[in-house]
Write a protein that binds this ligand. Sequence first.
Ligand code: SF4
Length: 236
Amino acid sequence: MARAVMTPDDVRAAADRLDGAPAEDVLAWAAEQFAGRLVLTCSWQQQSSVLIHMTRPHADAVRVVELDTELLFPETYATRDRLVERYGLTLESFRAEHTPAQQEAAEGPALWERDPDRCCFLRKVLPLERALEGSDAWITGIRRAQSATREGARAVEWDEARGIVKVQPLVAWSDEDVKGYLFAHDIPYNPLHDQGYPSIGCVPCTSPVAPGDDPRSGRWAGTAKTECGLHLPRVG
Ligand code: SF4
């Protein structure tokens, strides 16, 4: 059967229909629309825990992948392992071409301090491109409440840079919605969220934040950088 390719206009129409719909409905639409060509990318933050649980009814339609920078917190890897065990996940891991030690030999020490955009490009963006090869859509855990840069996010978007659809079922969820769902379903989640880390990335670039501060202010703290480059300008 020929592939049903969505245009940016189709994506806008879908976003108009699905913005405000329950997250389960957004996922059900995506699973039907893109079955077998749909990727869930996991960073092992609390949104990943929710989406792993919520996509299980559509497990045959969704590939589960992680972008492993090899610089994540031990708690993050432990959370991944707990989720893999609990749900019996078939997980695909994508890493940079070079290990952190090889990167240091090639680029010098602590590239994340000198040129974090290049470090993210090598360790996150390029692995994502490989992870998405052959796919038509990817599911992310982006929420509007996470930061000012994400407050215009929609349930469905056209990722113009990659020519692929982004599906964001949790876009309207508050922090309380996430916590409530995790507790209601007894889902394993990253314990760093309870230790002052509302947003969790690589160890060198993640700090705890004070209560009430911008949840993403602990990412690349002290620099102008706010995003790793995975979530580029969108249409939707
Ligand atoms: S978050 Fe920091 S350590 Fe991780 S890939 Fe980006 S710059 Fe490198």
